[in-house]
Design a protein around this ligand. Structure first.
Ligand SMILES: NC(=O)c1ccc[n+]([C@@H]2O[C@H](COP(=O)([O-])OP(=O)(O)OC[C@H]3O[C@@H](n4cnc5c(N)ncnc54)[C@H](OP(=O)(O)O)[C@@H]3O)[C@@H](O)[C@H]2O)c1
Length: 273
């Protein structure tokens, strides 16, 4: 490391994304809409074409040189497949700024391994964001490592808050909460697709069905947020005894949809003794 602590302070709002895939694109779009300056964002990939596409779409700086990008930033986001994290850390470690924080989004790479591969004075954190960040409604599980000062942890939290909500969790909670948070949009969108399809089967134009379903999802989320009663109580309001709503839910139950969701998101609950 050849940069001063003062340099690091001035670089803290600068963010380098190593990896130019779906999650980088979502976080970049959300953070820029949340006020981050595109001139303070670097993005890398192996392919120049992917770097150029993201730079052109968002006005951020791009390079295929991971170390050069990392050297510019106070926050270095590893938006990479887990299998390449160790190699990329080896590439960039010597160029990181004093006081920078490296945030890994890779599932299954422990903080202890990140910290072991980083030089003294560089913090490590794990984060599990959601692609809904691109709409400013992200959800990021954040675990700053012991190597992060309170100020470094706050800087990383502040960056993710530009595109949504941040929840600080213990590292061991990532495995349990990740499927609900970062994986959750896939479940909801799968349901949305099915609802639109159900409309189309009955002749509703897909764009109209999509508009209706989108508002139903938005409205249901707003209702859930506004009313703290049990979810079942809210759902029962839409399901009067003997009515069409409860008969449709009963049809879902015949296909064990609820059990399938519970199982897919983390396995069945343990057997009772
Ligand atoms: N997608 C999600 O919803 C989500 C949510 C939370 C966390 N994550 C995690 O975030 C990470 C990235 O996910 P993703 O969905 O964005 O993956 P992705 O779409 O497959 O993108 C991966 C990116 O990494 C780049 N890359 C691979 N090796 C590299 C190297 N040596 N140097 C620089 N760039 C390299 C690829 O470059 P090329 O473009 O040149 O191929 C690509 O741009 C993964 O660990 C994933 O588990 C994903």
């Amino acid at each position: 490391m050849n940069r001063s602590v003062e340099d690091a302070d001035s670089a803290r709002e600068k963010v380098a994304f190593l990896g130019a895939g779906a999650v980088s694109e979502a976080l970049i779009a959300g953070a820029l809409a949340g006020g981050l300056d595109p001139g303070d964002v670097w993005v890398t990939a192996r392919s120049q074409e992917h770097v150029d596409a993201l730079s052109a779409a968002h006005g951020v700086r791009g390079t295929t040189d991971n170390a050069a990008a990392a050297a510019q930033a106070g926050i270095v986001v590893l938006a990479l497949p887990a299998a390449v994290v160790a190699g990329v850390l080896e590439e960039v470690a010597g160029r990181l700024r004093e006081g920078a924080v490296v945030v890994s989004l890779a599932d299954g790479v422990p903080l202890a391994e990140l910290e072991q591969r980083l030089p003294e004075g560089v913090g490590a954190a794990r984060a599990m964001p959601s692609l809904t960040a691109q709409a400013g409604e992200g959800l990021t599980l954040l675990t700053p490592g012991a190597s992060c000062s309170a100020a470094q942890a706050d800087a990383v939290g502040g960056f993710f808050e530009r595109s949504g909500k941040v929840v600080r969790v213990a590292e061991e909670q990532h495995a349990v909460l990740g499927p609900l948070s970062s994986g959750g949009p896939a479940f909801v969108l799968h349901l949305a697709e099915a609802m639109i399809e159900a409309g189309a089967v009955r002749g509703v134009p897909r764009d109209l069905a999509r508009e209706l379903v989108t508002q139903v999802l938005t409205g249901s989320a707003a209702w859930l947020r506004a009313d703290s009663r049990e979810v079942a109580i809210l759902r029962e309001k839409v399901c009067a005894p003997g009515g069409a709503g409860i008969r449709r839910i009963a049809a879902l139950d015949r296909y064990a949809v609820r059990a399938a969701v519970v199982s897919a998101l983390g396995g069945a609950p343990p057997e009772l003794p």
